[in-house]
Write a protein that binds this ligand. Structure first.
Ligand code: AMP
Length: 138
């Protein structure tokens, strides 16, 4: 399917809607997930417009995994997490709800995956406080 430049993450990249930013470089942006599956749930997106990994350039894919590794280290430290889950969904049939490629980074421990996927809006002040801790851990 053709990439839709009106998707919510494209709007975040253009600064049309806000996000709670954790990290940014030339090719990627990382911010807090607003419906987290666990405290400290972060997202990493490429600046390139692509819906899934299959359309994304190799360079952007590499940039995303490099940023995901940085963010994972900060999330692990800030949240004192025993483990980190990194996942990403490709296509609505796989459960992808936002059609701009992204990597999920979240703290986890065995058997405690936490809340449902994109199910409940988190309190903004709580997200800001967690983001502050993560940014301090880079
Ligand atoms: P997926 O279902 O893999 O496409 O994941 C999309 C993720 O984006 C979900 O975890 C949502 O909670 C999250 N999300 C949706 N809208 C926003 C937004 N405006 N800012 C931050 N995260 C969002």
């Amino acid at each position: 399917m053709a990439y839709d430049p009106q998707n919510i993450f494209a709007k975040i990249l253009r600064g049309e809607i806000p996000c709670i930013k954790l990290y940014e470089d030339e090719h990627t942006l990382s911010f807090m997930d607003i419906m987290p599956q666990a405290d400290g749930h972060a997202l990493v997106i490429p600046k390139e417009g692509a819906e899934t990994l299959l359309e994304l350039s190799d360079d952007s894919a590499a940039a995303c995994i490099k940023t995901a590794k940085k963010v994972a280290a900060a999330v692990k430290k800030a949240m004192d997490a025993p483990g980190i889950v990194i996942f990403q969904l490709n296509g609505a049939a796989a459960g992808q709800t936002v059609p701009h490629y992204h990597v999920h980074v979240l703290p986890s421990s065995l058997g405690a995956m936490g809340k449902g996927h994109a199910s409940k809006m988190e309190d903004q002040a709580k997200l800001q406080a967690i983001a502050e801790k993560i940014r301090a851990a880079f």
